[in-house]
Design a protein around this ligand. Structure first.
Ligand SMILES: Nc1nc2c(ncn2[C@@H]2O[C@H](COP(=O)(O)OP(=O)(O)O)[C@@H](O)[C@H]2O)c(=O)[nH]1
Ligand SMILES: [Mg+2]
Length: 384
């Protein structure tokens, strides 16, 4: 007869501590259903709440119920919508990675779960398995080899005692090597101008629409959209439609000369989002023209939008081509297609551009995730 499944919420200061408690109580077959951060009072310390089940594969049975029971943490977040956009109150907390149904928790249950076979696996077996997983995530084999050697050289049996612990350790390392941008500046009462540049089809207009929808629908800010993309027939159709429905002010600059006038019309908007035409890396003239537009608009943030399906070589080519526009943020789209950021890890590590957003689908505004180091690390390791 099957053992009854037990579900329990464990509270502790750190995720590591919560995992230990779960292991102690539920043993090696435990799986994580959900992780949350709660805070007692406005200035209280945040605590991690991990809901676990005593058996694997319980997620599907209970996801709907746990999503229903999900409540907003009583904190300064009250009144703000809970979504994947929010940054974690503490970076330690794997919280709000996804919205209520917590896809992260689903994966945690399958990939961050201790080995069912034995409590104390041989260190070389643990290293071998994690080695294979990192290669499978598409991370450069040379880099993976260095990490595994480094973990072995640590000589710390506690770190290598099981796959679960080693994955957590490596996630911490990766988190320290990638860069996330600070969240959008919602507190400054002055107008914020965000520009989106990148190659054609990268997802600039879609990402812009997601951000504009979030700012207007969920946060109630006045939003203006200016597009200078007039290269392709119907290229502004999507933005125009959304602008009509969601009440954004919408301006199209057919020529460079019209840009100041359009900006004047948008002067009452708290956020102005600039949609630009796509430039290929060898279209130096278009990039130069775009530079002149940006010089007029003076964006607070310039987001270089690239598809996460590109390879290291194309990433570096785009990064170099768009350098004259001095972007200060990176958006990676099409995570749903690429499946993860493992192949681009070396770019994320070496790029001077912090990642602002990740996009994993076409839905506006749902398929956008505010980047944090933790979220980037999870996607590098392919356990998000
Ligand atoms: N699968 C997927 N498609 C996306 C994503 N972001 C944008 N797209 C689609 O990619 C196509 C080009 O996007 P668009 O925003 O027009 O690109 P732009 O030329 O850079 O403005 C559209 O069909 C979008 O719906 C994403 O994250 N995932
Ligand atoms: Mg576009």
């Amino acid at each position: 007869m099957n053992k009854p499944i037990r579900i329990k919420t464990f509270r502790s200061k750190t995720l590591q501590e919560a995992f230990q408690k779960i292991r102690a109580e539920f043993g090696p077959d435990a799986s994580i259903l959900e992780t949350k951060t709660s805070r007692s009072g406005l200035f209280g310390r945040s605590r991690i709440e991990v809901t676990a089940s005593s058996q694997t594969n319980a997620f599907e049975l209970d996801a709907a119920e746990s999503a229903q029971n999900d409540t907003l943490a009583p904190s300064e977040d009250q009144g703000r919508p809970q979504s994947r956009w929010e940054s974690e109150p503490e970076i330690e907390a794997i919280d709000r990675i996804h919205d209520a149904t917590s896809v992260e928790a689903e994966f945690a249950s399958s990939r961050l779960t201790p080995e069912a076979s034995s409590e104390f696996a041989a260190p070389e077996r643990v290293l071998g398995q994690v080695h294979q997983e990192l290669l499978h995530a598409g991370i450069d084999p040379g880099i993976v080899g260095q990490w595994i050697d480094a973990a072995r050289a640590l000589g710390n049996p506690a770190v290598m005692k099981d796959v679960w612990t080693l994955r957590s350790e490596l996630m911490g390392w990766i988190r320290d090597m990638v860069h996330a941008a600070p969240p959008l500046n919602l507190d400054d009462s002055r107008q914020q101008v965000l520009a989106f540049v990148g190659p054609p089809g990268a997802g600039k207009s879609t990402t812009l629409a997601k951000i504009a929808a979030y700012l207007s629908m969920e946060l109630g800010f006045s939003v203006g959209v200016l597009t200078t993309d007039n290269k392709r027939l119907g290229s502004n159709f999507l933005l125009h439609n959304y602008a009509d429905i969601l009440g954004w002010k919408f301006e199209v600059a057919e020529t460079e000369e019209q840009v100041p006038n359009c900006m004047f019309h948008l002067s009452g908007c708290r956020f102005v989002l600039l949609d630009t035409g796509g430039c290929s890396p060898d279209e130096e003239e278009s990039i130069e023209q775009l530079g002149q537009i940006l010089a007029m608009v003076k964006p607070n943030e310039t987001h270089l939008v690239l598809s996460s399906t590109c390879n290291v070589r194309t990433f570096l080519r785009y990064e170099q081509a768009f350098e004259p526009l001095t972007p200060n943020r990176l958006v990676l789209t099409r995570l749903d297609e690429s499946g993860g950021l493992g192949p681009l890890f070396s770019c994320l590590q070496s790029s001077g551009l912090p990642v602002s957003f990740l996009a994993d689908g076409q839905k506006i505004p749902a398929d956008l995730i505010q980047a944090t180091e933790l979220r980037l690390a999870q996607r590098v390791m392919d356990i998000a």
